[in-house]
Design a protein around this ligand. Structure first.
Ligand SMILES: NC(=O)C1=CN([C@@H]2O[C@H](COP(=O)(O)OP(=O)(O)OC[C@H]3O[C@@H](n4cnc5c(N)ncnc54)[C@H](O)[C@@H]3O)[C@@H](O)[C@H]2O)C=CC1
Ligand SMILES: O=C(O)[C@@H]1CCC=N1
Length: 280
C-alpha cells in the first residue's frame, strides 16, 4: 500500500510539487514518507520543507536505501545523466521507478539502469496539486501486477487514472499533460475581452472559470456527447451561433487540433533528441 512506502522525487520543480501537494493534502500521505531531491537550488528546498514539511535534499545527499518508490521528475534532457548516477544504488526487488518525463520511453530507462527493475511511465498534469489530475500510466517490461497497482494507487491519489499503451503516451501528453495550458490560454483570452467590455478582471476570471468548470462537469455527468451539448446551447440565429461562426472563421477547431498534434509530435521529438543510448 502506498501509505507505507517511502517516496523520493528526483527533481523538485513544478510537477514534483503538484504531485507532492496532491499526495499530502488530498490523499493524506504522511510528509515524513516524502523526499524531494534537486540539483543545487537550496532556496527551493527550503520552500518545499516549509510548505509541505517533507524532506528536501540535494541529489548527492539522497539515500535510496530508505526509498521504495523513485519518481523521476527532472527535464527529459537530464534523464540519461540522472539515471547513470542513480544506477549503482538501484536494487532489484526493492525499487519501483515511476517516470513523469515527457517523451522518454521505458525501454530507454530499462536499458540504462541495466537491471530488471519495474519502470512505469506516468503522465500527470499540474492539477495534481488539487487532486484533479488525469494521469496516464504505461508499464515497462519488468512490471508486475503489484507494481502497476501501486502506480495506479499513486495516480488515483492525485486524480483520475487511465492505463494506456506506451504508444498512446505521446497523444495522451498532448491532451492531458499539456492540456491545462490550453484551457488557461482560453481563459486568459476570455478574461481579456471581458475586461475590454466593461467587467472587472476578478469577476471576469470567476465567470470564465466557472463556465469552463460547468461545461466540463456537464460532459462528465451527462450522457450527451460534447457535440450534442454544444447543439443544446446553440439557438438558431442566436448569440452562440454567432460566436461559433467566428471561431470557425478564425480556425478555432483546427487550432485546437494543431495544438494537440504539435505537443504529441514534440513528445516524439524529445525521445529522438534525448535517448542517446541505442534501444534494442
Ligand atoms: N510541468 C508539467 O505540467 C508537467 C511536466 N511533466 C514532466 O515533468 C518533468 C519536470 O517538469 P517540471 O517540473 O515542469 O520542470 P522544472 O524545471 O520545474 O523542474 C525540474 C527539476 O529537476 C531538477 N534537476 C535538474 N537536474 C537535476 C539533477 N541532475 N539531479 C536532480 N535534480 C535535478 C531541477 O533542480 C528542478 O527541480 C519533465 O520531464 C516534464 O516533461 C509531466 C507532466 C506535466
Ligand atoms: O511542457 C512539457 O514538456 C511538460 C510535459 C507535459 C506538460 N508539461
Amino acid at each position: 500500500m502506498l501509505k507505507y512506502r517511502n517516496i523520493s522525487f528526483i527533481g523538485a520543480g513544478s510537477m514534483a510539487e503538484a504531485m507532492i501537494s496532491g499526495l499530502i493534502n488530498k490523499a493524506g500521505i504522511s510528509p515524513e514518507r516524502i523526499t524531494a531531491a534537486n540539483h543545487s537550488n537550496v532556496e527551493r528546498r527550503s520552500e518545499l520543507i516549509n510548505k509541505y514539511d517533507i524532506q528536501a535534499v540535494s541529489f548527492n545527499e539522497l539515500s535510496l536505501k530508505n526509498t521504495d518508490v523513485i519518481i523521476l521528475a527532472v527535464k527529459p534532457k537530464q534523464a540519461e545523466e540522472v539515471l547513470q548516477q542513480l544506477k549503482p544504488n538501484l536494487q532489484d526487488h526493492h525499487h519501483v521507478i515511476l517516470s513523469v518525463l515527457a517523451g522518454i520511453s521505458t525501454p530507454f530507462i530499462e536499458e540504462i539502469i541495466g537491471k530488471h527493475l519495474p519502470v512505469i511511465r506516468v503522465m500527470p498534469n499540474t492539477s495534481s496539486m488539487i487532486g484533479e489530475s488525469i494521469t496516464g500510466i504505461s508499464a515497462g517490461k519488468f512490471v508486475k501486477n503489484e507494481d502497476l497497482d501501486l502506480a495506479q494507487e499513486l495516480s488515483k491519489a492525485i486524480g483520475k487514472v487511465k492505463i494506456i499503451s506506451e504508444k498512446q503516451m505521446d497523444v495522451f501528453t498532448g491532451i492531458a499533460g499539456s492540456g491545462p495550458a490550453y484551457f488557461y490560454y482560453l481563459l486568459e483570452h476570455m478574461e481579456d475581452v471581458a475586461v475590454e467590455n466593461g467587467l472587472d478582471r476578478e469577476m471576469a476570471r470567476d465567470i470564465a472559470a466557472q463556465t469552463l468548470y460547468g461545461a466540463s462537469k456537464m460532459v462528465m455527468e451527462s450522457d450527451d456527447s460534447p457535440a450534442e451539448l454544444r447543439k443544446k446551447v446553440t439557438s438558431p440565429n442566436g448569440t452562440t451561433a454567432a460566436g461559433l461562426d467566428a471561431l470557425d472563421e478564425n480556425g478555432g477547431g483546427k487550432a485546437i487540433e494543431a495544438a494537440v498534434e504539435n505537443a504529441a509530435e514534440r513528445s516524439k521529438t524529445l525521445r529522438k533528441e534525448f535517448e542517446k543510448v541505442p534501444v534494442l
